[in-house]
Every structure is written in C-alpha cells, then in structure tokens.
Design a protein around this ligand. Structure first.
Ligand SMILES: [Zn+2]
Ligand SMILES: [Zn+2]
Length: 340
C-alpha cells in the first residue's frame, strides 16, 4: 500500500450529496437518502436509513434495522458475516468489527491494489456487548470525529458503572434513573452492571424495550428486565431504571419521588453539559473513540490519507496534519451527534 497509489483512491471512492460512493461497486456507504445499493456500518439512525434497494450489512445490523425501521425498510437485506470477503463488481468488500455497538462494522474496500477502510463509528475501550475494534492496515482510513477535541477522555466504563452501583448502595430508597441512548449504551450499561454483580431486576422506559429485547435475542444476556409501565411505583424505590436521555426532563420522570438522576454519555466530560442536563450523577461512558483513541487508531492503520467525517473535524485534521498525514474533512451530509 504505497502513498503513490493511495493518492488515487478518490477516483473510485468519493463523497456525493447522497453520501460516500464507491463507483466501481455502484454502492453508497451509510447513505443519507435512498439509493439502489447501500453498505451499512451499523444501526444508528443517521447511518441506517430506510428506503434503499439493497442493504449489505452484518446480520445483527439487519435485525436492528428491521426492529427500528420495519421489515420492509429495504427492498432486499443481505447479511455478511464479519471477516468474510465478497466481491461487488470486482471490488472486494469485507466487514470487520468496529467495537461501537452490537453488529457495528468497519467496511474494508479494495480495488486495483488499493485499500480503504470506512470505520463508521467506533471505540477502542472494552464493551461486553460487541466484539472489539480490529485495526486494519490501509491506504485511506475514514474516521468519525464525534469527540475529536483534546478535552475528551472517557473513563473506563466499568468504573463509572461502579460509581452508579455505589450510589445505589448509599441510597437504597431512591430510584436511580439513568438516561442512556437506546441502542448500544443502554444495553452496555446493563451488561456492565451485571458483570459488577448487580442481579436485581432492571427496569426500562418503554422506548428502550425493543432494542434491549433484540440484544437478548441475539445472545447478549442482560438478566431480568422489566418494563416500568408494568411495575407498581412502590417497587421502584431503590431500583435501577434506564430511560432515553430526553425522558429525564419530561413528565414521565415525575412518577419517581426524589430520584437520583444520572446520564451515561461522553458529553458528561464537559461541565457545562452536566449543568445543562441537571443530572446529579454524570457518568462519562461513551461508545465513540475519545481523543487519544482517535489518534492512536489512525496511526495504527498506517494510512497516509485520512478522511474525517462527522463531528469536530477541524481539530482532528489539524492534529493529523501536524503529524505529517494527509488529512481532510469530507463534509458528508446527514450525520449528527449521537445522543452519546
Ligand atoms: Zn453510531
Ligand atoms: Zn454516527
């Protein structure tokens, strides 16, 4: 994989107004609007959208799309096992683990002896709900930049969950209400609590039930899960309850007298965000790479060209340039900060 060759990858892989396009395969990666053929890195809504003709993704991502978007969300779903190589009109396509959420994958494209890796969203820290990120040597590495500022440094998730469980022990009569993104974060927090020995039932807001049941169905054991709606309020004193972050502030949360409110998010690193959220117990847990992980990962791939997608592109492009890499922002449409 030489620098000479990598300079030409943008002749066959480039951004369009529908998303990143691989011309010889006639396929878009995580497109923002319906296309005939989409390669989907993972099930979060800004990456996995309805209406494509054919979707190629991991079996887990396809299940997520069916649960969230409906069985008819694509004309045709094709599952590809992690690590398997297949050919799309002569382009070699391989999905490898991204460590972001269940089913998440990087997409490795090879054509004419050149290799590009589109990493989607990823993280490097341990997550018991999905296989770890696998670094792949490449000419062009396409990276997200959600937390691409030096201030972002996530804590080990297991110790953050340890603080949550310690608070439960200190406040045995107060409901602990944890805001968590519904796909990935919620199930990771539950699994980590189980790993730390918490074996009481865990209660969920209705909006989190579907994806949590799917994780269980796909083989991630989460212990006993109950719906808040099916539970008498008296049984929720001292209980662990998870809800979407938005529910922390709405009427739904008023049913809990004097709850300890928590929010599991990489944004909890920022004091202003903690104040704004009004939570008592900020938990710095993220499913995205933090600043050191972003830099380390890019260097590990050996890519000389780095294309930066959604987030804080400027800081990462600057830092990688300072280290002698050719980095540029792709300015793709359609991505947003996940409620991470
Ligand atoms: Zn994501
Ligand atoms: Zn994303």
């Amino acid at each position: 994989m030489s620098a000479m060759r990598s300079a030409g990858i943008d002749r066959w892989l480039y951004p369009t107004d529908r998303g990143l396009y691989c011309e010889p395969a006639d396929a878009y990666i995580d497109p923002a609007s319906p296309v005939p053929r989409a390669l989907i890195t993972h099930g979060h809504s800004d990456h996995a959208r309805p209406g494509h003709g054919a979707v190629l993704a991991t079996a887990e991502t396809i299940e997520v799309m069916k649960v969230r978007l409906g069985a008819e969300a694509a004309g045709r779903f094709e599952a590809t096992p992690l690590g398997a190589t297949q050919s799309l009109a002569g382009v070699s396509v391989r999905f490898v683990p991204a460590g972001h959420i269940l089913g998440s994958a990087q997409i490795v494209l090879e054509w004419n002896g050149q290799r590009a890796v589109i990493s989607g969203d990823y993280k490097r820290s341990a997550d018991p709900t999905c296989p770890p990120f696998e670094p792949i040597a490449c000419d062009v590495f396409v990276t997200e930049a959600t937390f691409a500022l030096p201030v972002f440094h996530h804590e080990p998730a297991i110790s953050e969950v340890g603080r949550l469980l310690a608070s439960l022990r200190r406040n045995p009569d107060r409901t602990h209400l944890v805001g968590a993104y519904g796909l990935g974060k919620c199930q990771r927090v539950i699994r980590l609590a189980r790993d730390a020995g918490y074996d009481a039932p865990i209660y969920l807001h209705g909006a989190l039930m579907g994806t949590t049941e799917l994780y269980q169905r796909l083989g991630i054991p989460l212990g006993e899960i109950r719906a808040v709606a099916d539970t008498r309020p008296a049984d929720l004193a001292g209980a662990l309850v998870l809800c979407p972050p938005s529910a922390l502030a709405d009427r739904w949360s008023r049913r809990f007298p004097d709850p300890v409110t928590a929010f599991a998010s990489g944004w909890m690193r920022i004091k202003g965000r903690v104040r704004q959220s009004g939570v008592e117990l900020p938990l710095v847990i993220s499913d995205h790479a933090d600043w050191p992980e972003l830099i380390e990962t890019v260097l590990e791939t050996g890519a000389e060209d780095v294309w930066v997608t959604h987030g804080r592109e400027d800081a990462l492009v600057y830092e990688l340039g300072r280290r002698g890499l050719n980095a540029r922002a792709l300015a793709l449409v359609g991505f947003e900060d996940e409620g991470d």
